[in-house]
Design a protein around this ligand. Structure first.
Ligand SMILES: [Zn+2]
Length: 466
């Protein structure tokens, strides 16, 4: 147990040390601005779908560079891990964020919990491109960006965490109240809005920051698109309405860039964290584990587990809580699930290189096995019920899901680069979301060499120094 974190910690320390040294020797371009807008769950295929009006997004693509077919995302194709990949250029297995929070192992018999109430320093094991930009003296801002709570690297922040207003930069919070975008300082009144209303506030917060502070790097994350796709499915009437609303939010942000007088010097990077698929059915692995006596349910709640599954959309992270027999338990449970309806695969640690994860011995948030659902089935965390397979309503999953292995093309995310430094009217293929952070770094004149991906140099003008 002593060296359980050794590999991971030593990698993180090494990268941090290198980046700290680099930040002292940056030759930044303080004339340039990069605005990253992430529309959560905006599947790549929507950009070409004739059923949805996307005037702003398509104009950005026409005037800039469209990644045709979208970019491949990282495993797990989940929100916080992929937003962190977008700003680190590293796979989740390297940057450390494997879920929408920290996966906490509580010991033998104790079910693993996801804890989202964490600071960036607890969640992300390596410096982000925003950390490097700020250390190099550039102005930075984020609005609803995951895994940034209590970051010291933003001049203004409004992070994507529970109780977000408590962690919002006080001057920004006051300004948003004065302008009428927030009712008051309490998180309760903010959360009382719908997710459409939250996107409105986040969009206006981003516009305000761009007009007033002209950050060199702005990160914005909008959520209504994802929420609607979960509830109604992508490419549904409601889904299209959410896409069109997201397009209007992007248009508002571009107006703010114009108002700030920095359009000629600004690159817009429009991305998503993952795509979507329809999941009318679900598998409930914990029901099978309960029936095998591997977990205990009292009053409808999971109270004790030798083995249990934490759902992550299209995959389930299987945890064996007794380290002494984790490998044996995982192999036994793998046999139980293989061949069952809705189960595509069960990966044991010897295949974790396929998803870029280290062995659970090296990083204890890593599960002991990964259960992969077939397309059309979500993984449910339900512990009640009798059958493995249920409808999404019965299993309390959603009609639309992500979290499937990133190699499933439907998980591909929109990616458009447009504006300063970007070639006009080109299409590229085969990009990966680990390329975004090094591309941001290149545009801002920052050195950021430890990313898994390379900058998208084919999209850049020669003036950027490719
Ligand atoms: Zn997401």
């Amino acid at each position: 147990m002593l060296n359980r974190f050794c590999w991971f910690t030593s990698m993180a320390v090494l990268i941090t040390a290198c980046l700290n040294t680099l930040s002292l020797a940056q030759s930044v371009d303080a004339q340039r601005h990069v605005v990253v807008i992430s529309i959560d769950g905006f599947a790549a295929r929507l950009v070409d779908d004739p059923k949805v009006p996307l005037p702003t997004i398509r104009q950005l693509a026409r005037e800039g560079c469209l990644i045709e077919g979208g970019m491949t995302v990282s495993d797990p194709s989940v929100t916080w891990p992929n937003h962190t990949t977008l700003v680190t250029g590293m796979k989740p297995g390297r940057h450390g964020v494997l879920a929408n929070g920290v996966l906490v192992r509580g010991g033998i018999g104790v079910p693993v919990k996801i804890d989202p109430y964490r600071d960036q320093s607890d969640l992300v094991k390596v410096p982000t491109v925003a950390d490097v930009a700020h250390a190099a003296g550039l102005r930075t801002a984020e609005v609803n960006w995951p895994c940034t709570r209590n970051s010291k690297s933003f001049d203004d922040q409004f992070p994507d965490v529970p109780n977000a207003l408590d962690y919002t930069t006080p001057r920004l919070r006051t300004e948003l109240i004065e302008k009428g975008f927030l009712r008051d300082e309490t998180h309760a009144s903010f959360r009382n809005s719908s997710v459409v209303g939250l996107d409105y506030v986040w969009t206006e917060a981003a516009c305000h920051l761009i007009r007033e502070r002209k950050p060199h790097l702005t990160l914005v994350h909008l959520l209504n698109n994802d929420a609607t796709h979960h509830r109604r499915g992508a490419q549904s009437q409601d889904g299209y309405t959410a896409n069109a609303y997201a397009d209007m939010c992007v248009s508002r942000i571009i107006d703010a860039i114009d108002d700030a007088g920095i359009r000629e010097r600004t690159t817009i990077i429009l991305v998503a964290d993952h795509g979507f698929t329809l999941t009318p059915k679900a598998i409930r692995p914990n029901v099978l584990l309960r029936n095998e006596g591997l977990l205990t349910v009292e009053a409808g709640k999971l109270t004790q587990a030798e083995v249990h599954v934490v759902p992550e959309g299209g995959v389930g992270f299987l945890y064996c809580t007794n380290p002494a027999k984790a490998a044996e338990d995982a192999a036994k449970v793998r046999k139980m699930f293989l061949g069952q309806e809705g189960v595509a695969d069960v990966l044991l640690p010897d295949r974790f290189q396929e998803v870029g994860f280290p062995h659970p011995r090296e990083y204890n948030q890593v599960p002991d096995a990964i259960l992969v659902a077939k397309d059309g089935y979500a993984v449910s965390g339900a512990v009640t019920g009798e059958t493995l397979v249920a409808t999404y309503l019965e299993a309390r999953t959603s009609l639309g899901s992500h979290g499937f292995l990133a190699k499933l093309q439907k998980m591909n995310a929109m990616c458009i680069l447009s504006g300063a430094g970007i070639q006009s009217g080109i299409k590229l293929q085969g990009a990966d979301n680990t390329s975004i952070a090094p591309t941001i770094a290149k545009l801002l004149g920052l050195k950021y060499p430890h990313a898994d991906g390379k900058p998208l140099t084919d999209a850049l003008l020669t003036s950027i120094g490719k």
